[in-house]
Design a protein around this ligand. Structure first.
Ligand SMILES: C[S@@+](CC[C@H](N)C(=O)[O-])C[C@H]1O[C@@H](n2cnc3c(N)ncnc32)[C@H](O)[C@@H]1O
Length: 443
């Protein structure tokens, strides 16, 4: 076993943000009755055993009869361990538990992309990172340690055992967590309580959910998504699924339901979404010039894309002969709709029609119609541009994905509902500050 040899210094490097007491109490309120006369309880990444202390306070009888274990990479408990708790000094992700499994696992695992690089906050050696990758079947893409903590904790549960974690909400939406979502759906039932971004303020403004997971194949695939109402302390149901298979978990509102009802397809059904070449590809390409000849075209980038408009001006500093642009990407030969995802403000998308079919680079995406479906939609490219730039889509994005991700990615872009026909002239249906009006579909 390769020990985690990092010796983190700062609170951020340790992924250490203490869980407020009210959140611990809220989470312990989800506890299910335990049949076992001597339940086994575990707090991974226990810090100074915040959750075990909470258990002692909220459920003293359970605390008294339970066998209690904490695992912590850097045990340093200013308060001293609560009586009867065995704290094991170890990397939880590399810890080999040989004893029986647990009835209850609870806590606030660290988060961060594990990396030896100083650009990442969760610092581990590359040997440790390789070891993590080997051990976790949910590891994918730029995985985050909290995903591995969830997988490991689920594996350590007895059948019927309960996991209570407070974790970042990104696993609901991001592709990096698709294996984790499928794993959860397969292994048991999942309740998620959306907490917004206030729980760890001012230390961190991370958007979190409470994960309440019960292991067991019988109820596997059940999913309940709820909101925590800070004013009443109550929970409000957002969605309930009887057969979740690990699909992306979006939020629904009356608005998103009504817009979806007006649309029979999603953007990803009608269009293939392609990425522009990134700077390293452009830089290393012998067909690209920094000093143009008169017939060359400037390569456009995100700064050339405005809502509904393209500035055909040299802003990137890179050029290509029109004869070669199809060698960069075949689709640069055909006029099509281009989309930028990093638009801030009340709408997060910016779309325009590239009628002159220029070459592009950077964070600009290309919508290429799947022709069979495109023809059935009765849409013109201008309708798609107007619709994507409209407040309707801005509102749909905010309602569905909330503040979990800073900007959209291709997977989320593909989920946007697309009408078969222009939704009237969307400009005629301005959104008042809060409420969206719905255009009636033209007959
Ligand atoms: C987010 S803090 C949570 C502390 C405490 N559980 C709470 O809720 O207040 C995470 C803790 O995880 C520890 N930690 C980080 N990586 C770990 C690992 N791989 N194995 C065990 N503990 C780890 C840190 O040292 C830190 O104490």
């Amino acid at each position: 076993m390769i020990p985690n040899t990092s010796s983190p210094k700062t609170q951020k490097e340790r992924g250490a943000f203490s869980t407020p007491d009210w959140v611990v109490r809220l989470m312990l309120g989800f506890l299910r009755p335990m049949a076992s006369p001597a339940p086994r309880v575990l707090e991974p990444a226990c810090g100074d055993c915040t959750f075990l202390r909470g258990l002692r306070e909220v459920h003293p009888a359970l605390f008294a009869k339970a066998e209690k274990v904490g695992v912590e990479l850097h045990p340093a408990s200013p308060k001293g361990e609560p009586g009867g708790v065995r704290v094991i000094e170890h990397d939880f992700l590399l810890w080999e538990e040989r004893e029986a499994k647990y009835d209850l696992i609870m806590g606030n695992p660290p988060y961060g992309i594990p990396s030896p690089s100083k650009h990442y906050a969760y610092r581990v050696s590359s040997a440790t990172r390789s070891e993590y990758k080997k051990r976790f079947r949910t590891w994918f893409g730029k995985y985050n340690v909290y995903g591995a903590f969830i997988e490991k904790a689920v594996r350590l549960l007895k059948p019927g055992g309960q996991l209570l974690f407070i974790v970042p909400a990104t696993f609901l939406l991001l592709d990096d967590f698709k294996k984790l979502r499928a794993f959860l759906a397969e292994e048991g039932q999942t309740q998620l309580v959306y907490m917004g971004d206030g729980v760890f303020r001012p230390s961190a403004s991370i958007t979190t959910v409470i994960l309440n997971f019960i292991r067991g194949r019988e109820d596997a695939g059940r999913l309940l998504l709820q909101d925590y109402d800070a004013e009443t302390g109550g929970l409000k149901e957002i969605r309930r699924l009887a057969a979740w298979h690990g699909e992306i978990i979006t939020f629904t509102t009356e608005f998103t339901e009504r817009l979806s009802a007006l649309c029979s397809a999603r953007l990803g059904d009608v269009f293939a979404v392609k990425v522009s070449p990134r700077t390293p590809e452009i830089r290393g390409n012998p067909l690209i010039a920094k000093e143009p000849t008169p017939e060359m075209l400037p390569i456009l980038n995100g700064r050339n894309l405005k809502r509904g408009k393209i500035l055909y001006e040299p802003l990137s500093g890179y050029w290509i002969h029109p004869r070669h642009k199809n060698k960069l990407r075949k689709f640069f030969e055909t006029p099509h709709v281009v989309v930028g995802l990093g638009f801030r403000g009340d709408r997060e998308l910016g779309a325009a029609y590239d009628a002159l079919a220029y070459p592009w680079m950077g964070d600009v995406y290309h919508l290429l119609p799947h022709h069979s479906l495109w023809r059935t939609t009765h849409l013109e490219p201008a309708d798609v541009v107007n619709y994507l730039n409209s407040p309707l889509v801005g509102r749909y994005i905010r309602d569905s994905f909330r503040e979990i991700v800073y900007h959209l990615n291709i997977t989320l872009l593909k989920l946007i509902p697309i009408p078969e026909e222009a939704l009237g002239n969307v400009k005629k249906f301005p959104l008042p500050k809060q409420e969206a009006q719905f255009p009636t579909k033209p007959s």
